[in-house]
Design a protein around this ligand. Sequence first.
Ligand SMILES: [Zn+2]
Length: 70
Amino acid sequence: MAESAIQSFDAAGVRAEVADAIQTYLADRYGRLWPLCPEHDNGLHAVAQEGEALWWCRAKNHPGSRILPA
Ligand SMILES: [Zn+2]
C-alpha cells in the first residue's frame, strides 16, 4: 500500500493536497467524483496557483471555486 504524505510547504499547496485527498477518499468510498464543474459537469482538480488553492476545470481550462478560502 502506497503511503500518502503532504509534499507541499506552503499553505495553498497543503490545501490543494488535502482537498485532493478528500476527493480521492469520496471517490473510493462513494464511487462519485466531487466537486463537479457547474458549467461543464466534469470533475474538478485541486491545484495550487499563485498562493491560492483552487478547483480547476481541465476540460475548458478555467478556475472553479477557491478551496478553503483564508
Ligand atoms: Zn468547466
